[in-house]
Design a protein around this ligand. Sequence first.
Ligand code: FES
Length: 132
Amino acid sequence: MDTQQSVSTDADGQEICDSGALTERGLGQRFRVDWYGEEREAFAVRFGGKVYAYLNSCAHIPIELDYQPGDFFDLSHNFLVCATHGAYYAPESGLCLGGPCPGRRLESVPVAERAGKIYWLSPATGQDGWPD
Ligand code: FES
C-alpha cells in the first residue's frame, strides 16, 4: 500500500483523525458520517493494528454503544461492548458474539489509513474505490 499518496478530503474520503490518535485496543474515535443522505454517529477503533469503524448503533436496540465517550472495548479489550445490555462484538467484523443479539452485526463504515491519517469513505465508494 502506498502510504505516501496525498489524499484529499473530497467525496472519496473524509478525515477522522491522525493515525496516532487510535491506539491498539484503546479509546475509539467518534465521528459523524453522511450515511446515504442521513447524518449518523460512528466510531473507529484500532484492533490487531488495523482500523475498523462502525455506526455507533447497537444491533439490539439502535442506541450508542459507548459507556463513556470513546469507550467501546470491554474490560478484556478483546471485544467491543454495548454499555446498555452487554452485547459484545468481534472488533474485526462487528459480529455479535453474545448478549441479547447474537448473530447480528454492527454496520461497518469503510475506512482507509493513509499517510498518518484515518479517513472514512463514502459507503458507496468503499475500500476498493480509493483513488490510486
Ligand atoms: S441496546 Fe445494546 S445490548 Fe441492548
